[in-house]
Write a protein that binds this ligand. Structure first.
Ligand SMILES: [Zn+2]
Length: 315
């Protein structure tokens, strides 16, 4: 495995068993079948582990009937189940909607475990648990927001173990979406280009990023986004590493790009600030010793790429 694949959510070679999706209902009836649980996008965690529960566990009384077949672990079918309809007592909506929701919800049927924000726990999970949680969260959110057929507007139904929605009215089939995003380590000599968006924690700077547009290559998207956001022209672009990012449905393409120009012209509609930071300054920021700059959050591919750049391991 390349170092690049060790990024958080980089994958654990889960056997997704796509060929068995058509028989998911029969797999669900197996005694050894297990489910991971989500509540409003938050996975059920016990300690540092994603919990896998039997499908007849009492907590499943609060789960919606639709489950998603995630794959097999040592031959055991693993599903995800959604408990979003459950109303915990004393719910604080404001905390729940904050960027990094620190609250945890405990269901009385599994008192030792808690539903926790995936961003907050992602670096503690094993690669397998992270892959299962990210997949479950992304597909569950897709179903929540794609109940109706995009062709004719009729209500569609989940099919193929949750990996498809079928429309009985027009015969249309719909598949879970992943939106491509480029995120780029733009360097010029010994310096890297970083920016910040409004609303980020004070001092936090990260790599520039943006959605790939229809009809565009990854390389072209890197050059366009950097010019739009910071006014910098980029020459050679190379692909480094990818990261599924289920917030809610992105696939991050981590790229390296060489800046041809250094003058910064910020587009305030897109970013609040952009700066060139030397390798020494970034090393200080990563060590927590920089006066003004906070690095990208651990677990995000920006942090991973910057760390690799600092240690000369961009492979
Ligand atoms: Zn339709």
């Amino acid at each position: 495995m390349k170092i690049a694949e060790t990024v958080t959510f980089g994958g654990s070679r889960l056997d997704r068993a796509a060929e068995m999706r058509g028989t998911a209902d029969a797999l669900k009836a197996q005694n050894d079948a297990r489910a991971v649980l989500l509540w409003r996008g938050k996975p059920l965690i016990c300690g540092d582990d994603l919990l896998r529960l039997p499908l007849d566990h009492p907590v499943m009384a609060d789960a919606s009937a639709a489950t998603i077949f995630l794959g097999r672990e040592d031959g055991v079918p693993v599903f995800s189940a959604d408990l979003s309809e459950w109303e915990p007592e004393g719910l604080d909506d404001e905390t729940l909607n904050s960027f990094l929701d620190p609250s945890e919800q405990r269901h009385p049927a599994v008192p030792d475990a808690a539903f926790a924000e995936l961003r907050a726990v992602m670096t503690r999970l094993s690669p397998r648990d992270a892959e299962l949680a990210a997949t479950a969260k992304a597909v569950t959110e897709w179903h929540r927001t794609h109940r109706f057929c995009a062709r004719c507007g009729a209500e569609s139904a989940m099919a193929m173990g949750g990996w498809q929605r079928d429309c009985a009215a027009c015969g249309g089939h719909h598949f879970p979406r992943t939106d491509p995003v480029v995120i780029m380590l733009i360097t010029h000599g010994n310096s890297v280009l970083v920016g910040r968006s409004p609303g980020w924690p004070e001092g936090m700077y990260s790599l520039l990023a943006g959605f790939v547009e229809p009809g565009e290559t990854i390389e072209a998207a890197v050059r366009r986004e950097v010019f739009e956001e910071a006014g910098v022209r980029v020459g050679a672009v190379s692909y480094l590493s990818s990261q599924p990012w289920p917030f809610p449905a992105s696939l991050m393409f981590g790229c390296a790009g060489e800046a041809l120009t250094t003058k910064l012209t910020i587009d305030p509609e897109e970013i609040e600030d952009a700066i060139w930071v030397t390798r020494e300054e970034m090393a200080d920021a990563f060590a927590g010793n920089h006066q003004t700059i906070l690095p990208a959050r651990k677990g995000a591919i920006a942090h991973f790429l910057l760390e690799a750049w600092l240690s000369d391991r961009l492979d």
